[in-house]
Design a protein around this ligand. Structure first.
Ligand code: ZN
Length: 242
């Protein structure tokens, strides 16, 4: 994954939990060797750090047009009766994002909940809590993206006072309201799409990382990591921003 040049090294390293080093890539090399010798099957990641490396390696293959839809799930033929995803992804409803393709993994590996603007509401929170508590995912990623219409609507709300009354907009205003605090947190001259997309992804990741009783406890215990990413629709790269 590429690093967003607008973001600080501290945030980058913090999001990776200190695993950003050449030595840390050993697990991926072993998985690569096994996957290529077993028709796309690879060992299920055992730690949050390893899970993030697997997703980063998959994103690299995606960007290089070498998608293999690797399968890291341990269940094999038993998939019809159980699931064992490695990560929970909270992403936007935008039609241009396909998490399995972006991270080059077979179905069964990602537990994905979606809402326009990739925010935390009762649906995305509860779904992710289930993935952490019951399915045992090792990583939670909030994945924003370039050219996000929901973020544009939130910027218009904050900067131009545009409102989205239910009488005309139905429930659209409700998910925009979940984004506006992140937009407002930026200085007026930084309320552009390039700054607001990562700011919102980070804010939503921090939100869910602190939510009890399930996610915050798992973070504290070190059984999961919560990271934020931004998907660049133009080139397919996911930048880790938290
Ligand atoms: Zn979007």
């Amino acid at each position: 994954m590429d690093r967003d040049p607008n973001l600080s090294r501290r945030r980058f390293l913090g999001g990776l939990g200190g695993v950003a080093g050449a030595a840390a890539l050993g697990g991926v090399g072993a998985a690569d060797a096994l996957a290529s010798s077993t028709g796309g099957r690879a060992p299920h990641p055992k730690t949050p750090e390893e899970t993030l490396r697997v997703l980063q390696a998959g994103n690299k293959r995606y960007r290089q047009n070498k998608v293999q839809l690797r399968d890291y799930s341990p269940v094999g033929e038993k998939r019809a009766a159980e699931q064992k995803p490695m990560a929970a992804i909270i992403t936007c409803a935008d039609s241009r994002i396909s998490p399995e393709l972006v991270f080059d993994v077979e179905r069964g590996n990602l537990f994905v909940s979606r809402i326009a603007g990739n925010s935390i509401d009762s649906g995305t929170l509860g779904s992710t809590e289930y993935a952490v508590a019951v399915l045992g995912v090792k990583l939670v990623m909030v994945l924003g993206h370039s050219d996000c219409g929901a973020i544009k609507a939130a910027i218009a709300n904050v900067d131009e006072g545009k409102s989205y009354p239910a009488s005309k907009y139905g429930a659209i205003g409700q998910f925009i309201n979940l984004i506006t605090p992140a937009v407002k947190s930026l200085p007026a001259d930084e309320r552009n799409l390039a700054r607001c997309v990562p700011a919102n992804a980070i804010a939503q990741a921090e939100n869910i990382a602190g939510r009890g009783p399930i996610v915050s406890a798992a973070v504290k215990a070190g059984t999961i990591q919560v990271v934020a990413g931004v998907y660049n629709i133009a080139n397919g790269a996911v930048s880790i921003v938290r």
